[in-house]
Design a protein around this ligand. Structure first.
Ligand SMILES: Nc1ncnc2c1ncn2[C@@H]1O[C@H](COP(=O)(O)OP(=O)(O)OP(=O)(O)O)[C@@H](O)[C@H]1O
Ligand SMILES: [Mg+2]
Length: 258
C-alpha cells in the first residue's frame, strides 16, 4: 500500500563555492512512513535536511510538503505547517531546564507578546497552561521526568538527543526530520529511542525521515532506505537490498566507516 507523498524533493542541489555538496537529489517520503537516509560521512545528508528545513537556501531544486511548495520557507513557517527537524549536534539551551527547553519549543509564545498579555490575559494563561501540560507529557513520554528541572547543559549526550526529539512533540508535527537521533546514545537507550520513534509513527501519525549511521535503528524502523553518496542518490530500496548492494559496500568502505 503506498500513500501520497508527505514530502517530495525534486532535483535539490547545494553548492558551497566550488564544492557540490548535494547534486540533484530527488526522492519522496510517503505519508505515514519512516524513510531512512544513509550514506558515508560528507555524503550530503545534513545539507539535504538543512535545505528542506529552511536552514539553507537550495542552489536549485524544489521541495513540496503535501503537494504545496515549501522551497526556501523559513523554519518558523515550516513549524506551523507541521515540518520539524532535529539537529545532528543537539541544540539545547544549556542554561535552561529540560522543561523550559520544551516549553520554548511550544506553539506561538503568546505570553511574550505584550499586546496579547494586556488585551487577553486569560487566553495567554490558557495557552501557557496547555504548553506546560504538553511539556510534562513529553518529559514523561521520553522518560526524562527525573531531569525535568535540571539545566539542559548538564544532561548526558543521550538525554540531550531525547530532548531534541521532545522538541518535535511540542508542535503539531506531521513530518519530522531526525538527524542522527542515535548519535552518542548508549545501546540500552537506543532501543528505547527506536521504540519512541515507532510509537510516534504508529500512534500519533508522524511521518519521519531519519539520517542515521546505526544500521540497526534504520533496519528496525525503515521500510525504504535512500543511500546518498557524494551528493547523489546511489540507490534506494529495502534495508535487505541496501545491505547486499556492491555499490553501497564500496561507498562505505571506499570512503570511510559506516
Ligand atoms: N556550510 C558549509 N560550508 C561549506 N561546506 C559545507 C558546509 N556544510 C557542509 N559542507 C560540506 O558539504 C559536504 C556534505 O556535508 P554534510 O554535512 O551534508 O554531510 P553528511 O552526509 O551529513 O555527513 P555526516 O555523516 O558526517 O554528518 C561535506 O563535504 C561538507 O564538508
Ligand atoms: Mg550529517
Amino acid at each position: 500500500m503506498s500513500s501520497k507523498p508527505m514530502l517530495r524533493i525534486e532535483g535539490l542541489a547545494k553548492n558551497y563555492g566550488g564544492l557540490k555538496a548535494v547534486r540533484g537529489v530527488s526522492f519522496e517520503v510517503p505519508e505515514g512512513e519512516i524513510v531512512g537516509l544513509i550514506g558515508p560521512n560528507g555524503a550530503g545528508k545534513t545539507t539535504t535536511f538543512n535545505m528542506i528545513a529552511g536552514a539553507e537556501k537550495p542552489s536549485s531544486g524544489k521541495i513540496f510538503l503535501l503537494d504545496q511548495e515549501i522551497t526556501g520557507l523559513q523554519t518558523e513557517k515550516l513549524y506551523y505547517r507541521g515540518l520539524m527537524r532535529t539537529f545532528q549536534l543537539s541544540h539545547e539551551y544549556a542554561k535552561m531546564t529540560s522543561l523550559e527547553n520544551l516549553m520554548v519549543a511550544g506553539p506561538s509564545q503568546v505570553g511574550e507578546n505584550m499586546f496579547m498579555n494586556w488585551i487577553s490575559p486569560v487566553k495567554v494563561i490558557k495557552r501557557e497552561t496547555e504548553i506546560l501540560e504538553r511539556a510534562n507529557y513529553t518529559l514523561d513520554f521520553l522518560g526524562l521526568n527525573h531531569v525535568r528541572d535540571e539545566l539542559a547543559g548538564n544532561l548526558s549526550g543521550g538525554q540531550k538527543k531525547l530532548l531534541e526529539l521532545g522538541r518535535t512533540m511540542m508542535g503539531d508535527s506531521k513530518c519530522v526530520l531526525l538527524d542522527e537521533p542515535g548519535a552518542g546514545v548508549n545501546p540500552t537507550l537506543m532501543v528505547k529511542v527506536t521504540e519512541m520513534i515507532r510509537t510516534l509513527n504508529e500512534e500519533q501519525g508522524y511521518t519521519f525521515c531519519i539520517i542515521e549511521h546505526d544500521m540497526d535503528l534504520i533496519a528496525n524502523l525503515c521500510k525504504n532506505v535512500i543511500v546518498l553518496n557524494d551528493g547523489q542518490i546511489l540507490m534506494q530500496g529495502t534495508m535487505e537490498q541496501v545491505r547486499n548492494d556492491e555499490r553501497v559496500i564500496d561507498a562505505y568502505f571506499g570512503g570511510g566507516v559506516i
